[in-house]
Design a protein around this ligand. Structure first.
Ligand code: HCA
Ligand code: CU
Length: 378
């Protein structure tokens, strides 16, 4: 019976290893896996243990941590790679094989019959060992539906646990994803996985659409790292589901999201992008007076998340030419200075004139309010 809840397959340690700035030591892999476990992802996908001796050792170490999350090896569809992964002791095997004409021509040089035959053989082999196994048609969104269907029909018949339909090049529109998943949901009673690249900025909405069209497993990585400009970021998927579909994410520990982003940024020596979900420095920074005035009355006026649930706080700008009088009055009162509304209006006017020339820091604004107060007392 297909699983109706969201399973997050975190692929930071596999797809993420293909990111231009990534290199993970064993210790880093352990730390990230532990944080992912605390967040509550269901799967942690790792680089094929057949890739290198260290990849093998690391897969073994992670498999021995005793995590609830299933350690999953991402492998080519051949017995050699699969056997090495089994030796490493992983819980799940994710196989993939290209199903699109362009990758068959320029990458694997195997036609759809050969793909089908090999996929069935490996599925039967792994199911004979009672392993959980998924088969993905690489480049599904540029594959012919009849080709996908032939391969999927055969692996479903062979007892596969889950089929994967990745948007390998990030080319798909949500509409195509809806059609693809709806089609296969009607055809099989089986779990389905989506993996979406972000080349056209559609990774999150495509993942959301897949989920709403029958996908049970969604691939994410921390901050979206992966080949080229990456895949669905964990934070982005959570942001999308938070308001409309909370039931999918109730079981995750949202406070860990920020820790994951910060830890990854530290490990890879990168900045968290300014446009990042939740953990960017400015994700809950409010500048314009119109915004800050309303935020003071009710944060919901310009924030859609309960940011405390994510362990976050907001910043209201005070040293900018767009500043509002309410935020200055609030700051002054926090400093224990009980001027009248008119006086705060006057301070605001003066600060606006100053900040029209350059930005001021909070400290400078505070100093200005104190000196204004001292002048008043004289
Ligand atoms: C890759 C390709 C992949 C595989 C996804 C999957 C993709 O980098 O090896 O196994 O479902 O984007 O197609 O990441
Ligand atoms: Cu990918």
């Amino acid at each position: 019976m297909a699983n109706k809840r969201l399973n997050i397959v975190d692929v930071t340690l596999r797809e993420g290893e293909q990111f231009a700035k990534a290199f993970f030591t064993t210790e880093m892999k352990i730390e990230l896996s532990s944080l992912l476990e605390e967040f509550g992802v269901e799967y942690i996908e790792v680089t094929s243990p057949a890739c290198s001796p260290q990849s093998f050792e690391d897969a073994k170490v992670l498999s021995n941590l005793g995590l609830k999350a299933k350690i999953t090896a991402h492998v080519r569809c051949n017995k050699e790679d699969i056997d090495i992964s089994l030796d490493a002791g992983v819980d799940v095997i994710h196989m993939m094989y290209a199903t699109s004409p362009i990758l068959q021509k320029y990458s694997t040089r195997k036609n759809i019959d050969q793909v089908m035959e090999q996929a069935v053989k490996m599925t039967e082999y792994l199911k004979g060992l009672n392993m959980e196994v998924r088969f993905s048609g690489e480049d599904s969104t540029r594959s012919r539906i009849e080709d996908l269907q032939r391969v999927f029909d055969a692996v479903v018949e062979a007892g596969i646990d889950r089929i994967g339909l990745p948007d390998t090049t990030g080319i798909a529109f949500p509409e195509q994803i809806r059609e693809l998943f709806t089609h296969f949901k009607k055809r099989y009673d089986i779990d389905m996985e989506f993996h979406g690249h972000n080349d056209t900025g559609c990774a999150v909405i495509n993942s959301y659409t897949a989920l709403k069209s029958g996908a049970t497993h969604i691939d994410t990585s921390v901050m979206g790292i992966g080949e080229r400009n990456g895949i669905t970021p964990l934070g982005g998927l959570i942001a999308r589901l938070y308001l409309s579909d909370r039931e999918y994410i109730n079981h995750y520990n949202l406070k860990k999201l920020i820790e994951l982003d910060r830890k990854l940024a530290e490990f890879l020596d990168i900045d968290i992008p300014f446009s990042n979900y939740f953990s960017s420095e400015n994700a809950f920074y409010h500048a314009a007076g119109i915004h800050t005035n309303a935020i003071i009355r009710n944060p919901k006026s310009y924030e859609i998340f309960d940011i405390e649930e994510f362990g976050l706080s907001r910043t209201l700008e005070v040293g900018h030419r767009l500043l509002g009088k309410n935020v200055i009055e609030m700051l002054g009162r926090e400093m224990g200075l009980n001027h009248s509304r008119e006086e705060y209006l006057q301070i605001t006017k003066e600060l606006k004139a100053l900040t029209d020339k350059r930005r001021y820091s909070v400290e400078e604004v505070k100093e200005y309010i104190i000196s204004w107060n001292n002048k008043m007392k004289k």
